[in-house]
Design a binder for this molecule. Structure first.
Ligand SMILES: [Zn+2]
Ligand SMILES: [Zn+2]
Length: 300
């Protein structure tokens, strides 16, 4: 499991047709990151056998209920399960008040620290040795952010036979993996002799809820996977504009202009029982489009 995205909830405001409000788990190098936490998110995690305890970072796009109503339930479960690990929540201003008002009588149960990180502008919000996560503003009825997960360059792969052939020690292996030549009393073993190139780093961009925004093109350009909301089919383009949402065609046009490898559309309006027409419509513009079907895993 190097880099994958699993859909937990794919519907807009109202749960319908066994589709749930928005949530996703991004798994990178065996770490889980939760994006949005709509009502029922922990039940979806149970259904799909996702280990809740592995989540240490939660990214909230905006404070509409269909993206946060699962959060206080999840925090309460962590308290009841006597969680020890810190929990980091990244969200726009106002999240602290929402948590406080719901959980003021639960604070004595807390066995762990919650760190709130307020997002207020474009920029880096989290990084570790293997990834960086950037927030960028979207345009919705309230303050809203997209997220881009960027894997860092991977170490080169050492060729196993060369370890023995050159009797490489641990330090030399580390240096070779970092791309260095190995020097020994006047002899230089070129790095290309010892290693294979690593695969290219992967990237994932998440954009919901928003009108279709050309301003995000430089950020989402060439990502391996783009999740973009497509709340409506294109015949509802006016309704999409009024409610600050996107249509299938608009999402597909953005994906095409950004030259992404694959597009997932989601955040479907409860008015659509059958999602196939949304997929067909989006594919008229961008053939590499898929539906955000709950439970589905997208490998990057
Ligand atoms: Zn929404
Ligand atoms: Zn919204």
């Amino acid at each position: 499991m190097n880099f994958q995205v699993q859909i937990l909830g794919s519907n807009a405001a109202i749960p319908a047709y066994d589709r749930h409000p928005t949530a996703q788990v991004v798994s990178i190098h065996n770490k889980h990151y939760l994006i949005d936490c709509g009502e029922g998110t922990q039940m979806r995690m149970n259904t799909f056998h996702i280990k809740k305890s592995k989540i240490e970072h939660i990214f909230i796009s905006h404070l509409h209920g269909d993206h946060i109503f699962g959060l206080v339930g999840l925090i309460t479960s962590y308290a009841l399960l006597k969680r020890k690990k810190d929990l980091h929540i990244y969200a726009p201003m106002g999240i602290q008040e929402i948590i406080d008002v719901h959980l003021k009588d639960y604070t004595s149960l807390y066995t762990f620290q919650i760190h709130i990180h307020i997002i207020s502008e474009v920029g880096l919000i989290y990084e570790n040795h293997s990834i960086s996560i950037e927030a960028f503003p979207l345009e919705h009825r309230i303050e809203c952010y997209g997220f881009k997960f960027q894997e860092k360059p991977l170490q080169k792969n050492i060729i196993a036979e060369k370890i023995e052939a050159y009797s490489l020690d641990f330090k030399e292996i580390v240096r070779a993996k970092n791309g260095e030549d190995i020097q020994r009393d006047g002899e230089i073993i070129p790095n290309s002799e010892l290693t294979h190139e690593a695969r290219a780093p992967k990237s994932y961009a998440y954009c919901t809820d928003t009108i279709a925004l050309e301003s995000i093109l430089p950020i989402i350009s060439n990502v391996d996977l783009l999740y973009h909301e497509a709340t409506f089919m294109h015949d509802a383009v006016e309704r999409a504009a009024i409610t600050y949402h996107t249509t299938t065609i608009q999402a597909a046009e953005l994906a095409k202009k950004a030259q992404v490898k694959k597009l997932i559309i989601g955040h479907f309006s409860a008015k659509y029982k059958d999602l196939e027409p949304l997929l067909v419509e989006a594919r008229t513009v961008f053939s590499e489009t898929e539906l955000a079907i709950e439970g589905e895993v997208f490998e990057l």
